[in-house]
Design a protein around this ligand. Structure first.
Ligand SMILES: Nc1nc2c(ncn2[C@@H]2O[C@H](COP(=O)(O)OP(=O)(O)OP(=O)(O)O)[C@@H](O)[C@H]2O)c(=O)[nH]1
Ligand SMILES: [Mg+2]
Length: 379
């Protein structure tokens, strides 16, 4: 790693650990989780060292993803099947020296196929069967990938899910489409798909058409000629793709982290504010409850006792802003006996203990990582 990369790696690791350990609002948890996963599975591994360009095969069940991977590989890497869905886990096809680092995506089949000099391909489970965990697994592969091959078929390219998914995926990574199982050149499916893509503002996407063919049940793959053009496209994917996927990934992390950062900063400020008003209340209560001989005499009377407990409670509630006295403090107050200075001290100590001081380093790390993310340019 160059010095610049080492520094970026360090700063983004900080951002990763702060985000991973932070207590965030439930409505921000999914943004936080996605950001953590892109940092961990995509950005950090790529800054650390060269990885092949990871290509994810994504699409509906039965679109022919596994068959296509086997056809590109010239061997059975991922078992296709007539049952829907078939693939349950991501399956990586990679050269041997990258296998260990790609194993976190899924089981790896290694090969010395020439296509793998610069690439690794990943077959994924479907997006649309009634196994939601399949879709989650496919989307987690997207987070770890540089490029998406979106596979659809002549029979299914009009599905709503295809368009919804395409629109969301093009924001995440560079992408090309494979229109699979086209019955004949004259079917018009390719032209129709191209027209719809233009209408959806996606006219820039490459579309590879593969015609429907008989599949030998023993070989489980298409003829080598039918995937030749796709194979050369993949082999020639320019290095610029790597740069744009890294920039897209870091933009996405920034977009996800922005509201999380705002909420964490606000929470930490709130926590600091609560602590300082509790400390102020402690000083005032020390005055109010100081046990002079006179007060000790007066507090023997039950009415005065109740007054004193009320005053402690009232002052602590006021310091807490939202008035949410802890159950523990309420119990201490219920059972309070003189000396009341001690009661006040215990209540304040209890509330302070429930609001541990924010570590300054936490905010600092968040800011350092955030700045590094905004300044990062991957080239
Ligand atoms: N006749 C014919 N069958 C195909 C073609 N492509 C795929 N199939 C068959 O369609 C079925 C589904 O193919 P798969 O490759 O398993 O599809 P998949 O996208 O991996 O499906 P999931 O793993 O469920 O997501 C298998 O039985 C394949 O043999 C094709 O071009 N022609
Ligand atoms: Mg499959």
């Amino acid at each position: 790693m160059t010095r610049k990369q080492t520094r970026l790696y360090g700063d983004l690791s900080l951002l990763f650990s702060v985000l991973a350990s932070a207590d965030v609002d439930p409505d921000l948890a999914s943004s936080r989780d996605e950001a953590v996963s892109i940092l961990e599975d995509y950005l950090l591994p790529r800054i650390k060292g060269e990885l092949p360009l990871v290509i994810a095969l994504i699409g509906s069940t039965g679109a022919g993803k596994s068959t296509l991977l086997n056809s590109l590989a010239g061997e059975v890497v991922s078992m296709p099947g007539a049952l829907r869905p078939t693939t349950k886990r991501a399956r990586v096809w990679s050269r041997e020296d990258a296998a260990e680092r790609l194993a976190r995506i899924g089981p790896v089949s290694v090969s010395s196929h020439p296509l793998l000099e610069e690439l690794a391909l990943v077959d994924t489970p479907d997006l649309d069967s009634d196994f939601p965990e399949h879709r989650a697994e496919a989307l987690s592969v997207v987070r770890a990938a540089d490029f998406i091959l979106f596979i659809t078929t002549a029979a299914r390219y009009g599905d709503q899910l295809v368009w919804e998914t395409l629109e969301s995926l093009v924001q995440k990574r560079p992408l090309a489409i494979v229109l699979n199982r086209v019955p004949s050149r004259s079917s018009g499916a390719r032209n129709d798909l191209l027209a719809r893509l233009r209408k959806a503002g996606l006219g820039h996407l490459e579309v590879y058409t593969i015609s429907e063919q008989r599949i030998d049940p023993n070989r489980k793959r298409l003829s080598p000629q039918s995937v030749q053009r796709l194979a050369s496209f993949l082999r020639d994917l320019p290095l610029a793709v790597r740069r744009s996927s890294a920039n897209m990934a870091s933009d996405r992390v920034a977009e996800l982290v922005m509201p999380v950062r705002a909420s964490l900063r606000a929470a930490l400020q709130r926590r600091l504010g609560e602590r300082s008003s509790l400390e102020k209340a402690a000083v005032e209560l020390a005055d109010i409850t100081s046990e002079s001989k006179v007060t000790r005499l007066r507090f023997r009377r039950p009415r005065v006792r109740a007054d004193m407990v009320d005053r402690i409670e009232e002052r602590v509630r006021e310091a807490l802003g939202d008035g949410s006295l802890s159950e523990l403090s309420k119990e201490i107050l219920r059972e309070a006996t003189p000396p009341y200075s001690l009661v006040a001290q215990r209540v304040i100590a209890t509330e302070l203990a429930l609001r541990p001081p924010p570590e300054e380093s936490f905010l600092d790390s968040l800011e350092t990582g955030w700045q590094a993310l905004l300044d990062a340019s991957f080239d």
